[in-house]
Design a protein around this ligand. Structure first.
Ligand code: GAR
Length: 236
């Protein structure tokens, strides 16, 4: 016999995760989150979309979806530290549980990140630790890689160096160009991002003292996107 505490139908649902997204450009990863949420596949509340570029299409996508937006121009601040202090204090005013960097193309000051340890994630278009930084598709092609991919990781002060959550792989085809690789990977990025945010929103995945934990168990290796699902050590 199940007690009320064990009956999933009676246990209280966690409140939707409050998410702020930072994006510098096109915003297709943001759109993947918006679509998943609209279609009832992702229980999050988007509290803010912020950008360092006032003309970022990501901001228009957010406006169309009725999400509050913020554009701050780095040039209006004397240095990176003061820009990031202002940006992150404005983001904090919306009280997000999680900040998602989705095509946010600025390095973030270490001091601004301190308060967000374990609550800020980034999607990066390479199989980290390969190709931190820019031009990842070009570098994969130049190296003759046959496998390429994208990574989700928790953000630390080390650029693209924080603990890995999950990766999606694609094969490099003969004749691939930077554009064809980027385009093919982007579809997998969208799925990877939504699947990772889904796990965090379900309070199943977090960054603990022992590293990235899924269902309370440290991950021995990043999860992998297979088809539409994340698989790994204990990702049932
Ligand atoms: C994505 O490919 C994302 O992985 C990459 O920028 C693109 C943004 O696309 N991010 C980085 O390179 C961060 N270092 P989107 O604006 O359409 O989501």
């Amino acid at each position: 016999m199940t007690t009320p505490a064990e009956d999933p139908a009676l246990s209280p649902q966690p409140s939707p995760l409050k998410v702020a997204v930072l994006a510098s450009g096109r915003g297709s990863n943001l759109q993947a989150l918006l679509d998943a949420r609209r279609e009832g596949r992702l229980a999050i509340e988007l509290v803010l979309v912020a950008s360092d570029k006032a003309d970022a299409p990501a901001l228009r996508r957010a406006e169309e979806a009725g999400i509050p937006t913020l554009a701050l121009a780095p040039k209006a601040y004397p240095d990176r530290a003061s820009f990031d202090a202002e940006l992150f204090s404005r983001v904090a005013a919306h009280a997000p549980d999680l900040i998602v960097l989705a095509g946010y193309m600025r390095v973030i000051d270490a001091a601004a990140l301190e308060a967000w340890s374990g609550r800020i994630i980034n999607i990066h278009p390479s199989l980290l630790p390969k190709y931190r930084g820019l031009h990842t598709h070009r570098r994969a092609l130049a190296a003759g890689d046959t496998l390429h991919g994208a990574s989700m990781h928790f953000v630390t002060a080390e650029l693209d160096g924080g603990p890995l959550i999950a990766q999606a792989e694609i094969h490099v085809h003969p004749g691939d160009t930077e554009d064809s690789l980027a385009e093919r990977l982007l579809h997998r990025e969208h799925r990877l991002l939504v699947a990772c945010v889904e796990l965090i929103a379900a309070r199943r995945l977090l960054l603990g003292a022992a590293g990235v934990c899924l269902d309370g168990v440290p991950l021995p290796a990043p999860l992998r996107l297979e088809g539409e699902r994340l698989v790994g050590a204990s990702a049932g």
